[in-house]
Design a protein around this ligand. Structure first.
Ligand SMILES: [Zn+2]
Ligand SMILES: [Zn+2]
Ligand SMILES: [Zn+2]
Length: 967
């Protein structure tokens, strides 16, 4: 032994040392790391590292390039990032090409308003100029969104996202329209669609929202023109009326018929010298509502079929109203006008189940059911209302009046004429325009449609869209599973898809009309010819070129041979645009492939993007463009209310990022089950931050104790490791299995909970606590210490890799502080391998030991509270046990003082099988014998044995000798 000056004891203790700071300082650290990634060209580095591997494609649903991102947008993108990153770390080549939805009404409105502020009008500008301003607006918005998404740590092809307004995309959209035409799915017709009279355009099903609205509810008499005796002889010679009920009196001028149910029984009852027909079940309700005296006297009862094809007269216009039978007629609520596609919406409807007469006023130009039955009975699709919602000149008394203003006037008018039985105010859910929030109407206008059930007289041999879609929906995996029903119901109920819009900021419908015979030319070859021009010049070409320049040279009308043309002025529905993305992006980009493995969006996309994408997939390849569809919930406040800036309950991502870092938003996304609605508030985010700190501290402990560890030199082979270190690795394996399974199933909350519990319970409260003594007091390169470090390296490495998809910044920071990393970023690495050699008996033994440990810790805590000991190292514990438990403890006799973190343990065997009151063992706590070692703080009776180190114990003397020899 050397005789040099003794060591400064404090310096011989291996205290943790790492650059991985305790305080995260995310708000500053994250931007710096983003810059580093930028320099590394991290996204493309990952792509290169995965080149040639099996592909996994998540296809991004494009957010609308109009506004700043909110918490819901952030969550949507972060969840996608979890998927892409976890699949990448599973070894897949998982490229991510984000996209933006750039066309459409909201941008047009925004630009119009901005023009108005400058005192200009849209009509003063050329279409090209207006489109250019729209394009600039979208470009600015998407630039700012891109900046925000990147700030959230989302990796992807941000330099070259897909834009629905790019030349290629616009060309592909036009080509896809040609494809629908080619397959015989497209027709032009007048069919009622949602119509906003403020914005003067048709609206898609996904563009209306339901709000409470007050309408006049009216009961109106329609005189029967046919001989009533044909219904029942008892009615011969009577003045008979059919009673209808409606909440849209403004549609009465367009009435052409009345629908009854073929299976309902109807009654004719007397009131004064008149006889009224209503459904038998509703007689009492109608009599009481319209105050028609006490007991009604029923003259005749008959099935609805008796009324079929009889004729009533319009209450004030000299025109017949045809009686028809239809299954859509109900005995309560509204069966007219508004079709509702969303099941949940339909359930909210009809607050007054006994409203109505069972005889439904039918205006084929103003309602979906009305249209369907009107078509069947050969009625005209009559719509005397113009784009601005005003009655056309042919409507006497009300011409030029807006329909909602006309409502009350029509009620008064009918009252004066004596055709109104009753009217009242009626609150119900009514469709409103999602943009301007005004109530919408149903209105038939000439529009381009995609047929769901095949086009009349078509020679197409392709399966009708509805049928094909319903079959594909069954094949797709829906997560959560209720998606299959939601989507099926959506498709069972949806009317033909109206794809034309009376707007300019979008992809023009490349159809021509013959100037002579007005024949519409929707020819796939011609459309593709125009699409090629879009590819070179964008959709603007439609407006900057004459028809003759757009058509193939020498093109003449097949109907009349003329060569003069006008251009269609409508553009395509933006949902058509975004629906095309799988073709325009997945099929067009080399690094991607069609179909996608997965789509992930909010539940509103069942009638939006999931829906239009499916139809495009079928038209293109007879197949859904996705194999799996994941739906996430809404972001709500702590009380479960929707977030609104105006309500002051909105959690703004920008603010959270500035205060706490993007990592906290990411961890929040992983902290609860996103299949349900996700709640956020300052308090909830504070809890997430606490969770973050615990994960961070766990990683920091491991990193700090790896200081000086050289894996190549110091790693201990698993077979030679200390048993508890092997146990920790077995537990790690079990967690890795859980994490892998949860990532595979997109259950990120299960990833978080598995890693959180592993960090706080298995590691911090147990493993780390026990190995501290060995790490701190043993000679730095002692094999037992290296054994613990070998385990710590595996653990820290696994934490970095498994946390990487969620905590993108922190995991990379852990990675940077690990010894001996090959990849410059954790995001290029893969998930850790599961060794698969979990020693079950090992895990079993240690599970039992930890149960006993909990009992010992309880006893120590009691002694501490009673002030009999200070720290647990002041104590010596006596453990009494019997049978198997005693045998187990005896096996680990030498380790027990370290497991319990006390200075000494004495083990006493109790004969026979004893169950103690407190548990499997009886624990008594005494003060430890001997003196406290200055170096390791354990008590020992052998402190003072060394002359050079008179204040340390025999273990420390050995450690110091080892250190001396090594130096
Ligand atoms: Zn509107
Ligand atoms: Zn012609
Ligand atoms: Zn000691």
């Amino acid at each position: 032994m050397s005789t040099e000056t003794p060591f400064d004891l404090k310096k011989t203790v291996n205290l943790p040392k790492t650059n991985f700071a305790q305080k995260a300082n995310l708000a500053q650290g994250e931007p710096a790391r983003l810059q580093k990634w930028e320099q590394l060209d991290l996204y493309h580095s990952i792509c290169r590292a995965r080149a040639g591997r099996e592909k996994f494609i998540l296809h991004d649903g494009p957010p609308y390039a109009n506004a700043d991102i909110h918490l819901g947008t952030a969550m949507n993108k972060v969840l996608k990032d979890f998927i892409v990153k976890s699949r990448t770390m599973m070894g897949f080549d998982a490229p991510y090409v984000p996209g933006y939805d750039c066309h459409g009404l909201p941008i047009e409105q925004h630009v119009e308003k901005a023009l108005e502020k400058k005192g200009k009008k849209k009509s003063e500008l050329s279409v090209e100029t207006f489109r250019r301003i729209c394009r600039e607006h979208a470009e600015n918005a998407l630039k700012s969104q891109t900046r925000d998404f990147k700030r959230l740590g989302i990796l992807g092809e941000w330099d070259d996202p897909y834009l629905t307004m790019s030349n290629h995309y616009e060309a592909e959209t036009a080509r896809m329209f040609a494809r629908f035409v080619e397959r015989g799915y497209v027709y032009k017709g007048a069919r009622p669609v949602y119509w906003c009279i403020k914005d003067q355009t048709a609206l898609a099903e996904a563009e209306v929202e339901y709000h409470q609205h007050t309408s006049p509810s009216v009961y109106v008499k329609f005189p029967l023109r046919s001989d009533p005796a044909t219904i029942d002889p008892a009615l011969a010679g009577r003045k008979v009326f059919v009673l209808i009920w409606t909440t849209t009196p403004w549609t009465l001028p367009a009435n052409l018929g009345i629908a009854v149910h073929p299976d309902f029984e109807y009654s004719a009852f007397e009131y004064g010298d008149e006889v009224y027909i209503v459904a038998s079940e509703l007689v009492e309700a109608v009599v009481s509502k319209c105050d028609l005296g006490a007991a009604p006297s029923v003259v005749a009862r008959f099935p609805g079929t008796k009324l079929d094809r009889l004729e009533a007269g319009h209450p004030w216009i000299d025109r017949p109203s045809l009686l028809m039978v239809g299954e859509h007629v109900t005995l309560g609520g509204e069966a007219d006008a508004e079709t509702e596609l969303d099941v949940s919406e339909a359930q909210k409807k009809s607050p007054d189940s006994k409203a109505g007469t069972g005889c439904v006023h039918t205006a084929p130009g103003h309602g979906h059911d009305d249209f369907v039955i009107g078509k069947r009975y050969g009625l005209e699709i009559y719509c005397p209302v113009d784009n601005a919602g005003r009655f056309t000149p042919e409507i006497e008394h009300f011409a030029g009046m807006r329909v909602f203003d006309a409502n009350d006037k029509i009620v008064d008018f009918m009252r004066e004429r004596g055709v109104l039985l009753f009217s009242e105010k009626y609150d119900h859910r009514y469709p409103h325009c999602w943009r301007c929030k005004n109530p919408v109407i149903f209105r038939a206008t000439p529009q381009w449609f995609i047929a769901m059930d095949g086009v009349e007289d078509s020679t197409s041999t392709h399966r009708p869209l509805r049928e094909a879609a319903l079959a594909e929906i069954q094949r797709v995996k829906w997560i959560p599973a209720w998606g299959v029903d939601r989507m099926s119901n959506m498709f069972k109920g949806r009317p033909d898809w109206c794809v034309s819009r009376q707007r300019v900021w979008g992809v023009p419908i490349p159809v021509f009309y013959c100037a002579k015979c007005t024949e519409a030319v929707a020819d796939p070859a011609v459309i593709n010819h125009v699409a090629d021009l879009f590819e070179r010049e964008s959709g603007d070409a439609w407006y900057t070129h004459e028809a003759s320049e757009l058509l193939p040279p020498g093109y003449t009308c097949k109907g009349c041979g003329a060569a003069e043309w006008s251009k269609e002025s409508d553009i395509l529905d933006v949902w058509f645009d975004s629906g095309v993305s799988s073709i325009a992006v997945l099929e067009s980009r080399e690094e991607l492939r069609w179909p996608a493995d997965v789509y992930l969006e909010g539940g509103d996309q069942f009638r939006g993007w999931f829906n239009s994408s499916l139809m495009v997939g079928i038209a293109a390849h007879d197949r859904a463009p996705y194999d799996a569809v994941i739906t996430h919930g809404w972001t709500l406040d702590a009380q479960g209310r929707a977030m609104h800036k105006s309500a002051g309950n909105a959690v703004e991502p920008e603010k959270v990022i500035k205060q706490s870092g993007a990592e906290i938003i990411r961890l929040w996304c992983a902290s609860s089950n996103y299949f349900d609605d996700m709640r956020a508030s300052d308090e909830i985010l504070q809890r997430v931050t606490d969770g973050y700190r615990k994960l961070r501290n766990t990683a920091r402990f491991a990193l700090g104790n790896l200081h000086g560890f050289d894996p190549a030199r110091d790693t201990v082979p698993e077979a030679e490791m200390e048993e508890i270190d092997r146990w920790a690795l077995a537990e790690l394996d079990r967690v890795l299995e859980k994490v892998w399974t949860a990532y595979s199933a997109y259950e990120f909350h299960n990833v978080y909970h598995a890693l959180y519990n592993f960090s706080t319970v298995t590691l911090s409260a147990r493993y780390f606590d026990i190995i501290k003594d060995r790490l701190y007091t043993f000679a730095p390169r002692n094999k037992a210490r290296r054994s613990a470090q070998t385990a710590l390296l595996r653990i820290a490495d696994a934490l970095a890799r498994t946390l990487a998809p969620i905590l993108v910044f922190t995991a990379d920071e852990i990675w940077e502080n690990l010894p001996d990393r090959v990849e410059p970023s954790v995001h290029i690495a893969e998930f850790p391998a599961i060794t698969g050699v979990i020693d079950d008996s090992l895990v079993e033994n240690w599970t039992a030991l930890f149960v006993i440990r909990d009992e010992v810790l309880r006893a120590l805590e009691e002694a501490r509270v009673a002030k009999r000991i200070g720290s647990s190292l002041d104590a010596k514990v006596t453990v009494e046990a019997s049978g198997k438990i005693f045998e187990l403890l005896q096996r680990y006799q030498n380790d027990l003082r370290y497991i319990f973190i006390v200075s000494a343990v004495s083990l006493v065997e109790v004969p026979g099988q004893v169950i103690f009151k407190t548990g499997s063992v009886r624990v008594s706590v005494d003060t430890a014998e001997g003196e406290k070692c200055e170096r390791c703080w354990n008590y020992s009776t052998r402190v003072g044995e060394s002359e050079r180190y008179s204040t340390v114990c025999e273990r420390c003397i050995a450690a110091l000798a080892e250190i001396e020899n090594a130096s």
